[in-house]
Design a protein around this ligand. Structure first.
Ligand code: SAM
Length: 969
């Protein structure tokens, strides 16, 4: 059963919530309860079992699409492979600057490349811990440097629809912890059910991490990078940019000096309506969230317009496609809203000022520069960049493009491309405080021309390659004409139709507000946007890779309703506007890559960056040189503050949905402390042993403190010293009996041992202390003579294995017996549920856990669950001890943390002989695991699938297969 139970900090308060989660994990909760499963029974005080699976990479769920790119399409950098650390943080690796990870197949530095953080999963050691007031948090175990890659935000990739579903489920279950982070406009990473350690990172208004969206082998991934130097033991935090949709703000408990007080400083008043209410008084303002919880809508004030978003009409309702969408009022409303949103996005994007948060992609502009418009636009604020072109006349002729300006912690770079010559240059600008100040100082600009890369050529930029630029003017006009059509349609039959379902008031309000803004007609509105586009030149915001900040979010209906959200329309739109249709490799499950720049993730929302925005606006200097310009109209510069406020509003109002915040009272606080919901994972022993509440709490506290910290060096040292002691003893024994040195059979060894114990050397070993009575034969020592005499009366005090000559003394007789089973292959402990048999009872017990579907052995560091304690131990040693890969393969040099792994490697990869023959058919295998797999095929028991004709030799294969059926359904 593919369910992973974990005892973790339940944030859920009701049994129902647990059931819901179990249900989500396809675990038959009831069944387990009846079976008396280990933790199937949930009582009031036993609510800490929440299924959570540790995954190290994102897992797509349902119909969510995955971007695929062929290796040929991946951009390669120009770094020098012979450099000490090619593509490292210190280098100006072209890919790194663009937030692209190199691929070892295409990077000139190959495996030496240092720009593969995501792929190599190189995280500094970190651990979850219990915070005082914010549930669990994550802290670092080592010092982290500014700019260092800390972790990847990993979880299930879900689409908007499922996201909404999960949110509403969580709301119903009064779950207050959210783990959703927008990946792009269509997809969300939800780490609630599956994730890695990053899911425990809390919010702070003064964070030490920042999220960055990177392009890794064609797919977007979210990384967390250090904003500052972080000391070992400090909590890791980032700014959620959390947008509250509840009628109560979620209090922020980050304790930062400039804490905004709430998660997200722009909480929105919540309005709630049910489907019924919607028909009678839709979008009616002033309703309280507490009245209805199923359907949530909120007011979004944007530039004086009011938009109401109804989650209930999202997702599913759009699935049922009407024959003529123009006839369905609800769709029309959604389309209108989408149109409004698109237009406002267009505006906001064009209004964008350079973002300033350190470590963020600063901004991106495509600038067309010509001699005429330099003079025309006197009020423009110029961005001084470098030009590789020394000839000014050529400069004027050439169309230059600033691909983007990026500030990568210590450095700021301007990446420019010259289309005609197909050259690209990266210009590093010395430590500026603000882009404005920096750009007034042309002398400070060091130009580093980079030869044109075919991978970054125009053609690649114009198509669906990762270097895809923003919307072209044609695309914008195609968009505009579509918007115009929507408005035209909305004017006539729609209002009437809408009024029939009682939405006319809201609709007309929406249209009216836009109408008044756009001089009454949609055409005028469109005209306005055209003018806007013209006045900002061709400054258009690009889609990825330039979407810096990612937010904890749930997506809003209005975005869902956007026609471009559907793959068909997206592709259609691309065709209309002349953009090359994406390659099929990019369209997994038929959905096109992001077309619009993502408003939900296009900007930094924290108050700091907003204030920096303001600062920069004020600092924007007059142009000094016309070489390369990014145009802003003066009006925008003057309006900087206001527009930033609007931007900030928009940013904070970007789609985030969380359940209405629960009011925290003294009582609930006390309850939360006394209840075990903030407990840390307990060992199975702790779970199964009963005990009073107090004892339980104590155990929990202990478990919190006793996060295992195993020093690898200590471990290695102790092992080494033991091995050396053993070797020494052996040599001592043999050297004391020089005649038998050649013959090292166990018989000789026993004899030598006997001689040795009788010799004077014996006092040197710890086994023999003065005053003890030692048996000269087996080496056992006794405190009293009586016991020694009793021992001497035994017929035999040493037992030698007849198969391998291993010797046991009498005190280890049971071990000797057990050891014999290894050779006799009796396997007396048989599983009653499957054909497996074991030599030891403990092994059978451990095995039986597999049939319960539980994984009760929990790694206290990363919460990964295991069926077997040995697996857990190995995992801890491998993953959390920073253990070096000390076992090196002599043949290929690969390092391994465990000796067993090295042996396996040598056997399977390099060895030519097959040391593990099958006794039944004679086929031989290189490794034991391969043999075991093979032997299971001889088993008469098979596992047929109930849904199709397939039959499997192992249960796990059947389980895997069943998942396919589930997915297909
Ligand atoms: C991604 S989870 C973080 C881990 C979470 N603390 C846990 O115990 O699993 C996000 C949730 O943690 C809580 N949280 C995080 N930061 C917070 C803060 N500064 N103040 C209050 N609650 C916070 C909120 O309930 C939020 O929904």
């Amino acid at each position: 059963m593919d369910v992973y139970l974990l005892t973790i900090y339940a944030t859920l308060e009701q049994e129902e919530a647990i059931r819901e989660l179990f249900h989500r994990m396809n675990w038959d909760f009831k069944k387990k309860e009846d079976d008396g499963g280990i933790r199937g029974r949930i009582t009031d005080t036993d609510i800490y079992a929440v299924p959570y699976k540790f995954i190290s990479s994102n897992v797509p769920v349902g119909n969510v699409y995955i971007k695929r790119t062929s290796i040929a399409q991946l951009p390669s950098c120009e770094c020098n492979p012979s450099a000490e650390n090619p593509c490292s943080f210190e280098s100006s690796c072209y890919n790194r600057l663009m937030w692209y990870e190199c691929n070892s197949a295409t990077c000139p530095s190959g495996k030496k490349c240092q720009n593969q953080n995501f792929q190599k999963k190189e995280y500094p050691p970190q651990e979850p811990f219990q915070t005082v007031n914010r549930g669990l948090g994550l802290r670092t175990l080592v010092d982290i440097k500014r700019g260092q890659f800390v972790n990847e935000y990993v979880g299930e990739i879900i689409d908007n629809e499922l996201c909404l579903e999960r949110i509403s489920q969580a709301q119903q279950n009064k779950c207050t912890n959210f783990y959703m982070l927008a990946l792009d406009k269509y997809r969300v990473i939800d780490a609630r059910f599956k994730g890695n350690l990053s899911r425990f990172i809390n919010h702070s208004c003064d964070p030490n991490l920042v999220t960055q969206k990177w392009h890794v082998n064609g797919e977007d991934r979210i990384g967390l990078f250090a904003l500052k130097d972080i000391q070992a033991g400090s909590e890791l935090t980032f700014n959620y940019n959390f947008d509250c949709l509840g009628n109560e703000k979620i209090p922020c408990k980050c304790r930062a000096v400039d804490c905004s007080g709430y998660l997200g400083d722009q909480p929105k008043p919540l309005r709630v309506s049910t489907a019924k209410k919607q028909s009678s008084a839709p979008f009616a303002a002033g309703q309280n969230a507490s009245m209805q919880k199923n359907t949530v809508s909120y007011d979004e004030e944007e530039e004086g317009q009011e938009e109401a978003i109804d989650l209930s009409s999202s997702g599913k309702s759009q699935q049922t496609q009407p024959t003529d969408p123009w006839e369905v009022p609800e769709i029309l409303v959604n389309i209108t809203k989408s149109a409004l949103k698109t237009l406002s996005n267009l505006r906001s994007n064009n209004n964008k000022t350079p973002a300033q948060t350190v470590g963020e992609r600063v901004h991106e502009r495509e600038v067309t520069q010509s001699a005429e418009n330099q003079n025309e636009e006197k009020n423009d604020i110029s961005l001084m960049g470098s030009s590789q072109n020394a000839d000014p006349s050529a400069d004027e002729r050439c169309q230059k493009t600033i691909v983007h300006v990026t500030r990568s912690f210590e450095k700021t770079f301007v990446v420019t491309r010259e289309r005609e010559r197909d050259t690209t240059s990266v210009t590093e600008i010395e430590s500026p405080e603000t882009t404005g100040v920096l750009l007034t100082e042309p002398s400070q600009v060091n130009s580093t021309p980079v030869p044109g890369s075919s991978k970054l050529s125009d053609s690649s930029l114009a198509t669906d390659s990762p270097m895809k630029p923003g919307k072209s003017p044609q695309q914008v006009s195609a968009l505009e004409s579509e918007i115009l059509q929507w408005f035209a349609k909305l004017h006539t039959p729609t209002l009437e139709a809408a009024s029939q379902v009682g939405i006319s008031e809201e609709l007309s309000n929406l249209i009216e507000s836009h109408r008044s803004q756009a001089k009454s007609t949609p055409e005028a509105l469109l005209e306005k946007f055209k003018t806007l586009a013209n006045t900002t030149g061709n400054v258009l915001v690009q889609s990825h890779p330039f979407q810096p900040v990612v937010q904890f979010t749930a997506l809003s209906t209005e975005e869902d309703a956007h026609p471009y959200d559907t793959p068909e329309s997206c592709i259609g739109a691309m065709e209309t506007c002349g953009e090359t249709q994406p390659d099929e490799t990019d369209l997994y499950k038929g959905i096109a890559p992001s077309y619009f720049s993502d408003s939900s993730s296009d900007s930094s929302n924290n108050s700091k960056s907003a204030s920096l925005n303001e600062e920069n606006q004020e600092n924007i200097p007059q142009p000094l040189s016309p070489t390369v310009k990014v145009k802003f109209t003066k009006t925008k510069a003057v309006k900087g503050k206001a527009s930033n406020q609007i931007n900030r509003k928009r940013k904070t109002s970007t789609p985030i949905k969380c359940s209405p915040a629960r009011k925290i009272t003294r009582k609930s606080l006390d309850k939360s402390v006394s209840s075990p919901k903030h407990s840390v994972p307990l060992s199975r022993k702790q779970i199964t042993t009963g005990g009073d509440e107090k004892g339980k709490k104590r155990k929990i506290q202990l478990a919190v403190r006793k996060v295992p910290k195993i020093s690898s060096s200590k471990l290695m040292a102790s092992r080494k010293s033991k091995m050396e002691a053993g070797k020494k003893l052996k040599t001592n024994i043999l050297s004391s009996d020089k005649d038998s040195k050649e013959n090292t059979s166990s018989e000789t060894l026993v004899q030598a041992l006997m001689n040795y114990s009788q010799s004077e050397n014996k006092v040197t070993t710890t086994r023999y202390r003065e005053g003890d009575y030692a048996c000269s034969l087996c080496g056992l020592r006794f405190k009293t003579e009586k016991r020694y005499q009793k021992h001497k009366q035994l017929d035999k005090c040493l037992y030698e294995c007849p198969y391998c000559y291993k010797v046991y003394n009498v005190s280890n007789y049971t071990n000797y017996k057990a050891h014999l089973r290894v050779h006799e292959n009796n396997k007396p402990f048989k599983c009653d549920q499957c054909p497996k048999a074991f030599n030891w009872e403990a092994d059978l017990k451990n095995h039986k856990i597999i049939h319960t579907g539980l994984r009760p052995y929990v790694c206290k560091v990363c919460l990964k669950c295991f069926t077997n304690p040995h697996y857990m131990k190995t995992h801890i040693l491998n993953m959390h001890t920073g253990r070096p890969k000390a076992y090196l393969c002599d043949i290929c040099g690969t390092g391994f943390k465990l000796k067993g792994n090295l042996l396996d490697h040598v056997r399977t990869v390099h060895a030519t002989f097959r040391a593990f023959p099958c006794k039944q058919c004679g086929k031989a295998f290189k490794s034991k695991s391969h043999l075991i797999k093979h032997v299971s095929r001889h088993q008469p028991v098979t596992f047929p699938c109930g849904q199709c004709n397939k039959v499997f030799v192992e249960e796990k294969f059947l389980e895997k297969h069943k998942k396919k059926h589930k997915k297909a359904n």
